[in-house]
Design a protein around this ligand. Structure first.
Ligand SMILES: [Fe+2]
Length: 360
């Protein structure tokens, strides 16, 4: 096993969260994964060569990297609107991301032939880019969850179509409410809550199937009945709307909004998991987790003991407790003898963060 630093070109934007660790040419950590770029960090990092750490070992082959963003750019209708995090993290397997992008792109192409739907989508694309980008991403995540739950054929198509159209009612919400930087007043929130029903009213002339219209109406319903507009509970909510709810909130959390900054996708998942069985369907969350690599093999992590290690094996059965090979002790000294910690068997250790101070 050997660790090498490889220079990368990346333009750092103020406010972005690092998708990985960045180092100088000597191996000193310049910016840790999930750390936010401040104005001074951006100007510092953008005027020098930064490197990322690569593990040249058998594990690196388990993370396919051949599906680069340039390959995905074959899908011009969709890719410009996708979240960058899907390209830059190993959250989704590249082949799965490629498949989902391909599917959504094909659907958008197909809809562009539909005179009414295409005009609504085009209107959304030009008048409210944030919602359009969000809609594409919700469609992508809904596709991935749908695949995990064995959705196929027309059932899958209706799920992704509903996800793409889920916020179409926002076209009828005043811009000053939609993009208000602060908290909404009670009255404004009530207006905002009308967007699912407005979406259905707007879509009812588009000859969409009833199940798609119902999913649009129910995408803000919550598993415990705390959602709107009908306060449906559990399985009263259409399965496709349960899926769209998870995809909707996941994408909202990892995106900069007027009222909150984006958070790293790993943290967003933790937030969703805390609401499993309350706000969100446990079955749907499990289906999403089955498609996600929380700590892909090859990830460098810091344990609560201060030791730094590399993830040896990712297991879907133990999403947060992979096997770790410790590389250095709490003081940054490289270990001379091999030390493996199986987090699923060692309750005294857990992953503290992806950041570490120094590469040995
Ligand atoms: Fe919505």
């Amino acid at each position: 096993m050997q660790f090498v630093l490889k220079p990368v070109y990346h333009r750092f934007e103020v406010g972005e969260f690092a998708s990985q660790d960045y180092f100088d040419s000597r191996g000193a950590l310049l910016l840790g994964k999930a750390q936010q770029v401040t104005p001074s960090l951006a100007s510092f990092l953008n005027c020098q060569t930064v490197n990322t750490l690569h593990c040249e070992c058998e594990f690196s082959n388990t993370i396919p990297s051949d599906l680069h963003a340039s390959t995905l750019l074959r899908f011009p209708r969709t890719v410009p609107w996708l979240q960058r995090v899907y390209f830059e993290t190993n959250l989704l397997k590249p082949e799965l991301l490629f498949e989902a992008v391909h599917y959504v792109d094909q659907l958008v192409a197909h809809l562009s032939l539909h005179p009414f739907i295409s005009s609504d989508l085009e209107f959304l694309q030009t008048s409210d880019k944030v919602t359009y980008k969000h809609s594409v991403n919700v469609a992508l995540i809904s596709y991935i969850i749908g695949k995990s739950m064995n959705f196929k054929g027309e059932k899958l198509r209706r799920l992704v179509l509903g996800a793409l159209m889920h916020d179409i009612g926002k076209l009828e919400i005043p811009n000053e409410i939609l993009n208000k930087p602060g908290a909404l007043t009670e009255e404004e929130y009530e207006i905002m809550q009308t967007h699912p029903a407005k979406g259905v009213a707007r879509s009812s002339d588009l000859l969409l199937p009833d199940s798609v219209l119902s999913a649009i109406l129910q995408h803000h319903e919550r598993w415990n009945g705390s959602g709107y507009p009908q306060g449906l509970v559990g399985q009263e909510i259409l399965l496709s709307a349960q899926i769209m709810a998870v995809a909707d909130v996941f994408d909202a959390l990892i995106t900069d909004r007027p009222y909150h900054a984006a958070i790293p996708p790993y943290h967003a998942l933790e937030i969703l998991l805390k609401s499993s069985g309350t706000e969100f369907s446990p079955e749907v969350l499990q289906a999403l987790l089955c498609m996600i690599q929380l700590y892909p093999a090859g990830s460098v992590v810091t344990l609560n003991s201060g030791e730094v290690g590399i993830v040896l094996r990712f297991s879907y059965r133990n999403l947060t407790q992979p096997k770790i090979q410790v590389l250095s002790d709490a003081f940054g000294n490289p270990l001379e003898t091999e030390r493996i910690i199986d987090l699923s068997e060692d309750s005294s250790h857990y992953i503290q963060s992806f950041q570490h101070r120094r590469v040995g």
